[in-house]
Design a protein around this ligand. Structure first.
Ligand code: VG1
Ligand code: CO
Length: 542
C-alpha cells in the first residue's frame, strides 16, 4: 500500500452546525473539500492509528465515493478496523448502535438528514464519538480549528473497495468488515419491545402505512415491520433508498409527507401512519384523522413507556430541546422525575444519557430516542408507539385524547422562514436581543410579557456552557415564542419561530392556528420580523 501526502489549502467554511458539516453536494465534491474535513477530524481525535470506526450513510448522491475516500484516508492513518454498512448504507441510529456494540472509537455518518439529496442538493458528514453520540461542541470546535490549520492530508493509493458483498476485506493491514446494515439494529429492537404483542396487533387486523420517503429507513422498515412483525406487504411505501430521495424532501412532517397526511385524514386511512427522514433518526406519527405533534409524541411516549419491556421499571428522567413544547415537563412532574431543557441538537443529550440521568429524549423537529443508542431513532419511536397501542388496546387518537384530558394540551407550531439573507436574519436577532431587558411588563397583541431571555445552557454533567441558543419570550397565560437561526441549512439563513400555548379545559377542538394567533402576532410585533427580513409569511409551517 502506498500512502500519498497531498498538499492542500484551507477552506474557511468548514464549521460544523447543529449536526455535522452540511454543504451543497458540489461543494463536498470539489477538490480536497471532503478530504480536508476528514483529515481535520482525525487530527481532532488524536489520529486514527490502531482505532476502529463505523462508516455508512443515508445513500444520497456522493455517498459511495465519499465512503471510498474515507476508507483510504483511514488506512493511511493506520486505523485497525472499519465497519461499513453494505452498499454504504447505515441509518444514523444503526450507526450509533454499531459503534456501541463493537466498542468502536467513533463513526463517520454521511448524511444531510432531512435536507434534499442529489448533485444540486445537499450533502453532509457527521462524526460520532465512542459513546455512539454526535461529537460534543468541544470536539466540533477542535475539528473546526484543525480545518483552519491543515496543510496536507494522507491517503492510501488503492483500488476502490467492494461495498456490496457482506464479508471481510483489507487495505494494507486495515480490516474492512462490510456488514448487513439492518441485522444488529433489528436484534436491538427485538430486545427492547414486546414483538409478540405487536405481531398479535397486526395479526388482529391493525393496519399501518410507513412512508420511508425514499430514504435509508426503507430496508429497516421492510425487515422489521413487514418480515418480522407481520404487517401486510405494502405497509412500507417509498422503501427503496434513492440517491435523490425520489426528488423529494425527506423531512417527515405534514408538509413534506403530504401524501401520507392526506391518506391519514381520509376515509381510507389505516390505523396508524408514520414516516422517517433521510438518515432514519426522525419520525412522524399520525393517527386516523389526527396528527401527533413531535412534542406531544415525546410526552405521550414518556407517559406510557412503562408498558413496554425495556422501560418497565420506569424512566430515570426526560430531556427535551429548548424549543420543544413543555408537554413532556408535565409528564416528568407527574412521574416525579427530572426534566432537562437543552439546546437544539442531539449532542446535548449524550452526557445526560451516559450518566443515566435521563432515559427518553426528544425534539420538536420529530426526533425522539432513548438510552438504547445515542442518537434519535425514527423506527424505535414507531415501534414504541406500536407496543403502547398493543398494550393499551386503544387507538392513536384515543391515547392522544386521554393524554390531553390528563395533562392539558400544549398547542404548538413552528414557522420556518427559509433562505433569508443572513445579514437581515442576524439583524432581526440583534433587534430581539437589544429588547430583552425592557420587554417584561410590556403588552403585545393582548399578551403581557412575563420573561424574555437568550437561552444559555450549562451541562449538568460536564459543566460545558453554550450561550445564545435562542430567544425565548414568555407571556402571561402559558404562551411562549422562541426565535433561533437554523444550523443545518445550506443557503442563507433559516429563521425558526416556535409558538406554543398551553391550554387546560374540557375540550381541545379549537384549531391550532386560532389558539396560536395571539402569540404569533405578539412575536412578529416584538421581532419586527416582516419588516427586518422582508418576509410576510413563513415558507413552511409544521
Ligand atoms: C434541525 C432541528 C434539530 C435537529 C437537527 C438535526 O436543526 O431543528 O432539532 O437536531 O436539525 O436533525 P436546526 O439547527 O436546523 O434547527 V437531523 O435529523 O436533520 O440530523
Ligand atoms: Co435526520
Amino acid at each position: 500500500m502506498t500512502i500519498k501526502t497531498i498538499s492542500t489549502t484551507i477552506f474557511n467554511d468548514q464549521k460544523p452546525g447543529t449536526s455535522g458539516l452540511r454543504k451543497k453536494t458540489r461543494t463536498f465534491m470539489g477538490p480536497h473539500y471532503l478530504e480536508n474535513y476528514v483529515s481535520a477530524t482525525f487530527t481532532a481525535i488524536g489520529g486514527g492509528a490502531g482505532k476502529c470506526f463505523v462508516l455508512g450513510g443515508d445513500g444520497r448522491f456522493f455517498n459511495r465515493p465519499a465512503i471510498q475516500t474515507i476508507l483510504k484516508m483511514a488506512a493511511a492513518q493506520g486505523a485497525a478496523r472499519i465497519i461499513v454498512g453494505q452498499g454504504g448504507l447505515l441509518s444514523t441510529p444503526a450507526a450509533s448502535h454499531l459503534i456501541r456494540l463493537n466498542g468502536a472509537d467513533g463513526g463517520f455518518i454521511l448524511s444531510a438528514s432531512h435536507n434534499p439529496g442529489g448533485i444540486d442538493a445537499d450533502f453532509g458528514l457527521k462524526f460520532n464519538a465512542a459513546n455512539g453520540g454526535p461529537a460534543s461542541e468541544a470536539l466540533t470546535a477542535r475539528i473546526h480549528d484543525a480545518t483552519l490549520a491543515i496543510k496536507s492530508y494522507d491517503i492510501a493509493e488503492v483500488d476502490d473497495i467492494n461495498l456490496d458483498t457482506v464479508g471481510q476485506t483489507r487495505i494494507g493491514t486495515m480490516v474492512i468488515d462490510v456488514v448487513d446494515p439492518v441485522a444488529d439494529y433489528s436484534d436491538l429492537m427485538a430486545s427492547l419491545f414486546d414483538f409478540d404483542a405487536i405481531r398479535a396487533l397486526f395479526a388482529g387486523g391493525f393496519t399501518m402505512r410507513f412512508d420511508a420517503m425514499h430514504a435509508v429507513t426503507g430496508p429497516y422498515a421492510h425487515a422489521i415491520l413487514e418480515d418480522t412483525l407481520g404487517a401486510a406487504k405494502g405497509t412500507v411505501v417509498n422503501g427503496v433508498p434513492s440517491e435523490d430521495f425520489g426528488k423529494g424532501h425527506p423531512d417527515p412532517n405534514p408538509i413534506w409527507a403530504k401524501e401520507l397526511m392526506d391518506l391519514m385524514m381520509s376515509e381510507a386511512a389505516p390505523d396508524m401512519g408514520a414516516a422517517s427522514d433521510g438518515d432514519g433518526d426522525r419520525n412522524m406519527i399520525v393517527g386516523k384523522g389526527t396528527y401527533i405533534t413531535p412534542s406531544d409524541s415525546l410526552a405521550m411516549l414518556a407517559a406510557n413507556a412503562h408498558l413496554v419491556p425495556a422501560y418497565k421499571n420506569g424512566i430515570a428522567g426526560i430531556a427535551r430541546s429548548m424549543p420543544t413544547s413543555a408537554a413532556a415537563d408535565r409528564v416528568a412532574e407527574a412521574l416525579g422525575i427530572p426534566c432537562f431543557e437543552t439546546p437544539t441538537g442531539w449532542k446535548f443529550f449524550g452526557t445526560l444519557l451516559d450518566a443515566g440521568r435521563v432515559t427518553i429524549c426528544g425534539e420538536e423537529s420529530a426526533g425522539t430516542g432513548s438510552h438504547h443508542v445515542r442518537e434519535k431513532d425514527g423506527l424505535w419511536a414507531v415501534l414504541l408507539w406500536l407496543n403502547i397501542l398493543a398494550a393499551r388496546g386503544k387507538s392513536v387518537a384515543e391515547i392522544q385524547a386521554d393524554h390531553w384530558q390528563r395533562f392539558g394540551r400544549n398547542y404548538y407550531a413552528r414557522h420556518d422562514y427559509e433562505a433569508v439573507e443572513s445579514a437581515r436574519a442576524d439583524n432581526m436577532m440583534a433587534h430581539l436581543r437589544a429588547q430583552l431587558d425592557s420587554l417584561p411588563g410590556q403588552r403585545f397583541a393582548g399578551l403581557n410579557v412575563t420573561r424574555a431571555d437568550d437561552f444559555a445552557y450549562t451541562d449538568p454533567v460536564d459543566g460545558a456552557t453554550s450561550a445564545a441558543q435562542g430567544i425565548r419570550l414568555f407571556f402571561e397565560g402559558g404562551a411562549r415564542a422562541v426565535f433561533r437561526l437554523s444550523g443545518t441549512g445550506t443557503e442563507g439563513a433559516t429563521v425558526r419561530l416556535y409558538l406554543e400555548q398551553f391550554v387546560k379545559q374540557s375540550d381541545y377542538a379549537a384549531p391550532v392556528e386560532q389558539v396560536l394567533e395571539a402569540v404569533r402576532a405578539a412575536a412578529l410585533e416584538i421581532s419586527d420580523l416582516p419588516n427586518l427580513t422582508g418576509r410576510s409569511r413563513p415558507d413552511v409551517e409544521t
